[in-house]
Each structure stands twice: as C-alpha cells, then as structure tokens.
Design a protein. Structure first.
Length: 676
C-alpha cells in the first residue's frame, strides 16, 4: 500500500500454498525489502511446514516491491520451511534469517553482503524446536552482532549468532520482540503468557498479570453460591475462580483469587455439582482433584506415550482436548472420550468401555504429523477421536457423541446400542465442536461443526427433534450469522425454550426463535473467538480464545421473550404476578422473583413500539432531570395481540376504536434505577 492502507496491490506471489511470513525493511532505504517465503498448511491430522527450496526461502526487492528476486546462495537447496528475516539497521548489509530445514542445515543464517550469499552460523537444536510455531530472529538496531531468537526460551547472542545465552522471561514460548531503536535496552517481548516490558536489557520485566488475554478452551461452573468458574487455559494449566471475589478487600494481584485444578492447559475440566471434586484431562491422562485436601490422583485408561506416536499405532486415540462428561443424573458416573466412550464409577480407578468406535477412522487421517521437514506430534493432530460428549439432562439413557472427523452418534438405551446420526448434508471430516442436548424437549439436540482446517469457513449449526433422524441447518448465511464465521459452540437457555447462544470464530450471537433468526450478542465483548458458553444462575459465561472468560447477567435477555399472555389489571396502580416470562421485571422492581409487584402506571397514550407479537411492547423514554425518576425503559403488557393499527399508541386503561382488540392495557416502568 502507498496510501496508508486505503488500497492494496499484490506485488509478490509464488503459488497457492506458499506465502510471505516475514518482511524486513531497510530503514535507510525503504525501497529495499526482504520477504521470507513459507509453504504452510494446517490440516486436522497434520501440520505441513515447508516445501521445495525453489519456491520458499528469501526474496528481495530494491524498488519497493515492483520486482523481486530469490536469493539462494548458501541456503538449503532441497527442502525449506519457515523463514524469518531481520536487518541489522546499524549496517544494512548484514541480514539474518532463521531457517527451518532438514537436519543440520536448519538454523540461523547470516549474510554480510545484503543477501547475495548466506552462511550458516548456528544450527543448535535449541534455536529451532517446533519451527512452525517459533523460529523468529531480531537484531539490535544499534549493534549488528546482538541477535535475539525467540523459542521455548528467549535467546540472545552478542557475537553475531555464533553463541547464545538464555534471557529469563516471565513466561515461556516466546514469539515476538520489539526493540526500541533509540534505546535498545527497552524491549517489548511477547510469549504465550502475554506481553512484558524491560527497560534494562532483560534483567527485569513488567508483570503479565494485568492483561485479560487468556486463551480458554471451555468454561464450566459448579452449583455453589457464590459459584466457581472452571476453565483450561492455554499454557497456564487449568484453573478455577469464584464468580465474586472471596475477599472483603481487593487482592494485590489476580493470582490470589485463582486456584489450579486438575488436568493441563488443554483440558477438559469438569467439577462435580458441589464443587468438591474436579475431573481433568491432559491428552488422555485423567485426573481427579480433591479441593478440600488439595490432592490429585492421575489415571491412565491404558498407559501410552502422549508424544511422537502415529495415531494408528495408539490403542486409544485421545485428542489434545479429550472430552470429559459427568453424568447428568448421577455425578459418580464420569465419561472420558478417545475413539470410544469410557466410563468410570470410582473416580477413574477402573474403566469400562461404554461405546464402540464412534469415529470415521479413515486411513488417510492416521498419519505421522509434521511434514515434509519437521515432525510435530503433540496430540493436537490426533485424528478420528472424540471431541464432544453430552449426557442428556432429560433422559438418563440418552448419550450423544461427536468426533473431530465428523460423525455424530447417539444411544437411547444407556450404551447397549448406538446409531450414527450424522446430518446427511454435513460435509465429511469436520470437527464436531459441541453437542447440546435440549433441556426442554426429549430427543432434541444441537451440534456445532468446525471445518476451518479444511478450508471451509462456513458456520455449521444443526438441530434435531427426533434423536438425529432428521436435522435442520440453523445457519444459512442469510439469517444473521455471516457465512464466513466458523462455528464453535451452541447452548440453549435452560429456562427459556428456543433461546439459543452461539459462539463463532469472531464473536457471540443470540437467537430468540430456536435458530430461525440470529443477531449479534457482542455488546462490549471484544471481537474474538468464543469457544464455549455456560448458562448458570442467571449469568451467561463465555470462554474466549484471547480475551479470557467473560460473564454477564442475562436475566433481561432470557426473560423478555414473551411466550404467553401476562395478566394485567388496569388502574392507577398496576399489580402483575411476575412469573417465568417476567422474572426480569420482578428482580428489577422487587429483587424477588415470583411475587406480586405494585408498579406505577404511566400516563395514557405513550408512544411505543412492538417488542414481540405476543403483546409485549417497549418504549425508550427520555432521561429525566430528576435522578430518582429516571426510567429509560417502559413495558406495555397487553391482554391480546396488538394489530398494526393499534400498535401506534399504548393507551393505559382505555378502550376505543383503536384499542378494541386489546381490551385493556397498562404500562409498568422498568428498571426503577438509571441504566446506560
């Protein structure tokens, strides 16, 4: 771009599989640039990092991108993977490249002639572990020999890359560094724990405990009051935290209110309803944590190595986020998912197989991950494994499963027989991210399917009302959720039937009509991936990938879906029996649900608009100068459905030509306190 991003022109294109992963610009001559080209693709069953050296590697331009040439002298000539480049701004002829390649040919390269030729200066394995994930190099703008490489550790060299020492940082898995060009002792360094700043060259760093940037895979809660929130956090293990601080004073830092639980970073994690026991997983290793004693037991259904094995050679294929489910009717029964559903009744000491193989298990998905340069087998690419399970809340004999290679299965007789009920029009191979059984209707369930790793960005969200015999797609691309937002999660409100919450790669959505129409629920939630929802004690809890866990009171959302007529008495004072359809009003006015509340009647002929076709109308009033009288919202509760003509006015306690279909109407105000 030459106009600040208003328009863009593609200046370097290699092929559909190879892109530019890094760019380095010569500050003294901005027309001179280098680009690191990398063939990369992530599939559900493998990581592709690298390709022919004739395609990847280092490209250079001296005319601002109009023409490019590939510089290859001294670089690997067979296969080349990820390439990261930086220029020594104090001497732009010196250029460094961190290169992924086979064997001892991978490592840190240096050019002393502006990229004409290259020499390998360090091939230490510690500088190039998991290159697709790390493999970056940065140069001190004032010293051509001071070089930093970000890896599991943060490495620094003062002799042009020949030797390195580790610089301690607040967290491991280091990625990006910014070095102050005026004072190189000031740096911003980022890692899987967050961002931190040093002003003394790395001897000390600022805290990371002031950034809500956690990556959470799921969220759960127990039934205590106040309740506890549970989540597995990437690179920080699993944790639980009270939904309200358990102190009368503010903690010195957030970690004083966080407590580590069972399992590891990827989870899953499930508490018993009373919160005394927490079950967790770490890529197949099952954990049972006793909150009262602080002790944890670990059990393997079968002992096997987690890393470095081809999934086809594994007895049990546990994915990195292997699901755990506590039976909805008996908390002593716990399920754990590999390609089978496993069941325990004694906290994990003994297991029985509850299901057959309920995955697709296609041979082409059972491969050694990491090609063609670097093997990478950490459990993430274990394919044909269960990813979602659900114990029915209405029928103890019903259990649902979904795998990361597509199939959905159900049993209706407590595991005796199983049936593949995958939606017929669902493309194969996607990850069944969540299964939600309806808390209102037997045989009803929802599934969300994530296919982004298959280059399919469409949201797939299905509903069945007959145990999977027939499915309805609830995301058409035209009913509120864009067709380019991969779907993570769907949940149905446990009190309001048909009220659905959905989380996608970019945010949150809500439907008031069982998925026929959707609207954004983003509000103040940053644009980020929502991985899970939990509707709990009147709160909607969300786990996100990058902005931690969020919560909001959802009483106004879930209770204002008017499903039946509300009895109304007309007069100067209005008394309404506030039940399920109006709990929000009761809580706002009297702080107690399910009681009769006397509410002031507004003056006649208030302008209003229809909120639903069931007789609930909403009017937004101007703010009053008297703080005690601010009533931004007014509700008109009607005995009969309004017509198009009578919708224009909301007469209180009057009848006439325009109000005859209503019989009578009165208005109550809510809330009685100021709101934004």
């Amino acid at each position: 771009t030459k106009n600040g991003g208003q328009s863009w022109e593609k200046v370097l294109f290699i092929n559909e599989q190879t892109g530019a992963v890094s760019i380095a610009i010569n500050w003294s001559n901005p027309n001179e640039l280098y680009a690191g080209a990398w063939r990369a693709q992530r599939k559900p069953w493998t990581i592709v990092s690298g390709g022919p050296a004739s395609e990847g590697g280092v490209y250079k331009t001296i005319d601002g991108g109009d023409h490019w040439s590939r510089t290859s002298s001294g670089l690997p000539d067979d296969l080349i993977g990820k390439v990261w480049i930086d220029i020594a701004q104090s001497n732009p002829k010196v250029v460094y490249a961190q290169v992924e390649a086979k064997g001892a040919r991978g490592g840190l390269y240096r050019s002393n002639d502006a990229g004409v030729s290259w020499m390998l200066v360090n091939s230490s394995q510690s500088l190039r572990a998991r290159p697709f994930y790390f493999n970056k190099v940065y140069v001190n703008p004032k010293d051509e020999n001071e070089v930093y490489v970000t890896e599991l550790a943060f490495h620094r060299s003062t002799d042009g890359g020949r030797t390195f020492t580790s610089v301690p940082t607040p967290h491991g898995d280091n990625h990006v560094v910014w070095i102050n060009p005026e004072n190189p002792k000031i740096m911003i360094e980022t890692n899987d724990g967050g961002a931190n700043i040093t002003q003394d060259g790395g001897r000390s760093w600022s805290t990371q405990m002031n950034q809500p940037t956690a990556e959470l895979y799921m969220v759960d809660a127990d039934d205590q009051f106040p309740y506890r929130l549970y989540a597995p956090q990437q690179d920080n293990s699993t944790y639980y935290v009270w939904n309200v601080p358990p102190f009368a004073w503010a903690p010195d830092e957030p970690t004083q209110t966080w407590f580590q639980a069972s399992g590891c970073e990827s989870g899953q994690i499930r508490p018993t309803p009373d919160g005394r026991i927490i079950y967790g997983d770490c890529k197949g290793e099952f954990g049972r944590y006793n909150v009262e004693t602080g002790q944890e037991q670990h059990y393997w259904i079968y002992p096997q190595q987690r890393y470095g094995k081809n999934p086809k050679d594994m007895r049990y294929r546990f994915v990195r986020q292997a699901p755990i489910e506590i039976d909805a009717h008996n908390p002593k029964i716990v399920y754990h998912g590999s390609q089978y559903v496993h069941k325990t009744i004694d906290g994990g000491m003994h297991w029985t197989r509850f299901s057959p193989d309920v995955t697709a298990n296609t041979p082409d998905g059972q491969v050694t991950s990491g090609e063609p340069v670097t093997r990478d087998m950490t459990g993430e690419e274990v394919y044909a494994a269960l990813y979602a399970m659900r114990s029915s809340r209405l029928d103890p004999n019903v259990f649902w499963t979904g795998s990361n290679d597509g199939p959905v299965w159900v049993t209706k007789d407590n595991g005796k027989t199983w049936k593949n009920v995958t939606p017929n029009d669902l493309p194969p191979g996607g990850r069944v991210h969540t299964i939600e059984d309806s808390p209102h209707r037997r045989g009803s369930a929802y599934v969300s399917v994530y296919r982004m790793y298959l280059n399919d960005f469409k949201p797939y969200l299905y509903m069945t009302n007959d145990y999977g015999e027939h499915w309805t797609l609830l995301t058409t691309g035209t009913n509120g959720i864009p067709d380019n937002q991969p779907m993570h999660v769907v949940r149905e409100d446990p009190e309001q039937e048909g009220l659905l919450y959905a989380g996608t790669l970019e945010g949150a959505y809500v439907s008031f009509d069982q998925g026929k129409h959707w609207q954004s629920l983003q509000q103040n939630l940053p644009p980020t991936a929502v991985t899970d929802f939990k509707v709990h004690h009147g709160d909607l809890l969300a786990s996100t990938m990058g902005r931690s866990s969020c919560g909001r009171a959802i009483i106004p959302v879930s209770r204002l879906v008017c499903r039946r007529q509300v009895p109304v008495v007309s007069g100067l004072r209005l008394s309404v029996k506030l039940r399920r359809t109006a709990v929000a009003l009761a809580k706002a006015v009297s702080r107690t649900s399910g009681i009769s509340s006397a509410c002031r009647c507004n003056r006649p002929k208030l302008p209003c608009r229809r909120r639903s076709n069931r007789g609930l109308l909403l009017r937004r009033r101007a703010r009053s100068s008297n703080r005690s009288n601010r009533t931004p919202l007014s509700f008109c509760l009607l005995r009969r459905r309004p017509t198009a003509r009578t919708m224009r006015r909301c007469p209180a306690g009057r009848t006439g030509p325009n109000t005859r279909p209503w019989a009578r109407a009165s208005t109550i105000t809510w809330p009685p306190h100021p709101v934004k």
